[in-house]
Design a protein around this ligand. Structure first.
Ligand SMILES: *[C@@H]1O[C@H](CO)[C@@H](O)[C@H](O)[C@H]1NC(C)=O
Ligand SMILES: *[C@@H]1O[C@H](CO)[C@@H](O)[C@H](O)[C@H]1NC(C)=O
Ligand SMILES: *[C@@H]1O[C@H](CO)[C@@H](O)[C@H](O)[C@H]1NC(C)=O
Ligand SMILES: *[C@@H]1O[C@H](CO)[C@@H](O)[C@H](O)[C@H]1NC(C)=O
Ligand SMILES: *[C@@H]1O[C@H](CO)[C@@H](O)[C@H](O)[C@H]1NC(C)=O
Length: 528
């Protein structure tokens, strides 16, 4: 009796183990299967198939029918991972995630969306964006096959918007701290574009500074290898790989697969999983699963059915031909070196300070609001496009008018100087309310100076002293953030083409969306 109970329990234990996918773990610059100790190479495909969705944000992992349609194709390709650009923290992802897990497919998730992201030209990072990223971690960290998050995709793409990387890195830092506070170990990285002028600065910036601040891994979207006659050297791959020699964190291709010459035969696959790259790179994700106008697809989907493209068979063959050999976790001693931050100088094509915006705190912003005398009548940013546009114009005009006269640095930030106002991470309503109160005070509270075309109202103050606001504790108080400094921070979510849209290869469909980001773009345009 006792024996059979035991064996039943053992069987159950074994069964549940067999069903679970082995967690991956990073050691040094490599990924490993934590159970077997074998090195893990990502054999992935970028997956965002819900192209007919009319939502501002698409979420293929909440589309059970779509996952059911696509799973046989993913299995046939022989991939062991997908990267998904857009998802939402709400909706039911259980079916898709368990189907993928059962098929041995890991998932790397972008945190940003077209509407919740850092705008490369008017970067801000605020309480709303951090809250959104945290809710995405809450939603997806419960799935055993989620092996990594990305805190940004190609946000900086020219030297003049390198400042945006300070905001991205701050968000990355805070998500890492949040994950740690939940006693989880999912790594957070960044996916970069491949811009010759700034790639070195970018790759060092995301690897420099405190361990708590830097990326856990680094992804490159690389489209240099075009056509069957290119080689590892002639394509430029060799130079890219060489520059990651002795790196201390894993590096992989978050997108690859030039399509300038068609059909694609994927000769780079042999290099990615061969001796030229496996000692430095951890594989990559081919761009992309679904056929779109930009013509990178492996599968043409239509309703509940899919049709393989020529590229599908070519990629499948290329992947089947490789057998990357790595090292075992126990025999591997990391020897890579952390990088120094790039010098801040226009002459160095880099204008992002290593001093990052502090962690946004709702308690600080609510505390500040209680000290204001002139506030926005509305307490929320409108969601429909028309109202949002009106809101943006109004806010923009207020900043333009007021900040020419009074100092608005308390609600703004500058990534080049590394100085961030102590309320710069508050939401747009809170920030504009702070600005209107400054104006109202400047005008000695005369009648009509707190109106702003009916946008504002006078508020009786609940507290006249805001000096304790920056030390307010909130739900984030257990999350220590190494580089928060007393003075400061920057703010607010926004949107841009740098969202978690795929790289914008020629002809790619744009997923620009009017959002809080647009409002903030307007707002900061006049602010700075
Ligand atoms: C960078 O330069 C581009 C092209 O001149 C311009 O459109 C963009 O607004 C600039 N971005 C910033 C942050 O100055
Ligand atoms: C801040 O509060 C807003 C409104 O309740 C919420 O949406 C957001 O997620 C919060 N942010 C953080 C970091 O808790
Ligand atoms: C390699 O790094 C150097 C700086 O050390 C940089 O100038 C060069 O552009 C980089 N090349 C590639 C292909 O990343
Ligand atoms: C940040 O400060 C630098 C140095 O004072 C200045 O040149 C730059 O215009 C400022 N940038 C913004 C976005 O305000
Ligand atoms: C913060 O830590 C305290 C003490 O460990 C705990 O009681 C509290 O629940 C934590 N708060 C959050 C939001 O995790």
């Amino acid at each position: 009796m006792r024996a059979s109970l035991l064996s039943a329990a053992t069987l159950l234990g074994l069964a549940s183990q067999a069903a679970a996918i082995d967690p991956l773990v990073i050691k040094g610059s490599k990924w490993f299967n934590s159970k077997t100790g074998a090195q893990f190479f990502v054999k992935g495909v970028d997956y965002q198939p819900d192209i007919t969705s009319t939502s501002a944000v698409r979420d293929p992992l909440a589309d059970t029918a779509g996952c059911t349609r696509d799973l046989p194709f993913l299995k046939e390709l022989g991939v062991n991972a997908i990267r998904v650009y857009q998802t939402e923290p709400f909706g039911n992802h259980d079916q898709c995630m368990s189907m993928l897990s059962a098929a041995g497919i890991y998932v790397m998730l972008d945190l940003s969306t077209p509407t919740e992201t850092i705008n490369r030209d008017q970067p801000t990072y605020d309480v709303d964006l951090l809250g959104y990223y945290q809710s995405k971690v809450d939603t997806f960290s419960k799935y055993d096959n989620v092996f990594a998050f990305l805190a940004g995709n190609e946000v900086t793409n020219a030297y003049n918007n390198t400042g945006a990387s300070a905001y991205v890195k701050a968000a990355l830092r805070d998500v890492k701290a949040y994950i740690k506070s939940k006693k989880l170990t999912i790594p957070v990285g960044y996916a970069t574009n491949d811009d010759a002028d700034i790639r070195w600065q970018l790759q060092t910036y995301f690897d420099c500074g405190a361990t708590t601040d830097r990326a856990d891994f680094y992804g490159i979207n690389l489209y240099e290898w075009c056509g069957p006659t290119a080689t590892f050297e002639s394509s430029g791959y060799a130079d890219v790989v060489k520059n990651f020699t002795n790196w201390d964190i894993p590096v992989l291709l978050t997108e690859y697969g030039c399509n300038a010459i068609k059909p694609r035969t994927f000769p780079e696959v042999a290099a990615i999983y061969g001796s030229q790259m496996t000692s430095i790179f951890s594989g990559g994700f081919v761009y992309e699963y679904v056929q779109e106008a930009n013509d990178y697809g492996l599968v043409q989907v239509s309703g509940s059915s899919g049709t393989k493209t020529v590229d599908f068979n070519n990629f499948k063959s290329a992947l089947a031909a490789v057998n990357p050999s790595g090292v075992s976790m126990s025999s591997y001693t990391p020897s890579g070196k952390q990088q120094s931050c790039p010098a801040v100088a226009v002459s160095n094509d880099w204008i992002a300070s290593s001093s990052l915006p502090p962690m946004p705190s709702n308690s600080t912003c609510s505390c500040m609001m209680k000290t204001l005398t002139c506030v926005s009548k509305s307490t929320t940013v409108p969601t429909n496009a028309g109202d949002l546009a009106t809101f943006g114009t109004t806010v923009s005009n207020i900043f333009g008018t007021v900040c020419g006269t009074v100092d608005c640095s308390t609600v703004s930030g500058n990534a080049t100087t590394g100085k961030y106002g102590k309320y710069s991470f508050c939401d747009p309503i809170q920030r504009v309310s702070w600005v209107m109160t400054e104006w109202y005070n400047n005008q000695r509270n005369v009648d009509g100076s707190c109106d702003f075309g009916g946008f504002a109202k006078v508020q009786s103050v609940k507290s006249t002293d805001d000096s304790s606001c920056s030390s307010q504790k909130d739900d984030n108080s257990n999350i220590s953030s190494s580089s928060s400094n007393g003075e400061s921070s920057s703010s607010t979510s926004s949107s841009s083409s740098s969202a978690a849209t795929a790289k914008t290869p020629v002809g790619a469909t744009s997923m620009a969306a009017l959002s809080v980001g647009v409002v903030l773009a307007l707002l900061t345009t006049t602010l700075f």
